[in-house]
Design a protein around this ligand. Sequence first.
Ligand code: DX5
Ligand code: ZN
Length: 228
Amino acid sequence: MERDPGDFGQLRIAPSVLSADFGLLAEQVGEVSRAADWLHVDVMDGHFVPNVTIGPPVVASLRRHSSLYFDCHLMMTEPGKYLEAFAKAGADGCTVHVEIGGTSELIAQMRELGLRVGLALNPDTPFEAVQPYLGEVDLVLCMTVFPGFGGQRFIADVMGKVEQVRSAIQAGGFQVDVEVDGGIDTTTAPIAARAGANVFVAGNAVFGAERSWEAAESIRSAAHAALR
Ligand code: DX5
Ligand code: ZN
């Protein structure tokens, strides 16, 4: 079944399951889906980042409980080995990091598998690293923390790059979403929205709240008021 990712550039809230209670995953995803557009799934391999999280079996399990669009963020050194498994497990979009290289091949592989294609940049990776691929991807993810852990502080310095990405997309007439991930809450989402982001990943600010769906709705309202 095809799940609709929504129109390019549209405001979207993507709660990150990284901050959910993994013992209550289906239940918590069900609750947050009232206010979520996408579900952000953080995959960490212990090599690209110093942490290990979840893989295709968990995506497959969640798929049976949720009809949300699954936005899988692959913080992996060798995502190419696992893309097919993620696609089969029910991932809708996969995002790989530009720092690992082999980007053109990975983009081709994701397209071949019918995945929506994302390219992520760490906070210290320059805009130029993603620039050549803007015509080939569906999403650019500008990390606003160094990947590896939830609950870190938003790095506002990344906003210059978000502006560069958005301007280049507009200038080139490309259909690309701009996602921010890390330290996003009701204070930082508007800052990122003004810089040109339209997809907001939030882990701690959503699942750390008593009512995750209300927290997600608050972030949506805050971002909406500031969206370019
Ligand atoms: C960080 C992950 C993020 C993380 C965000 O490595 O890529 O998606 O879950 O969590 P918060 O919103 O808590 O910073
Ligand atoms: Zn992420």
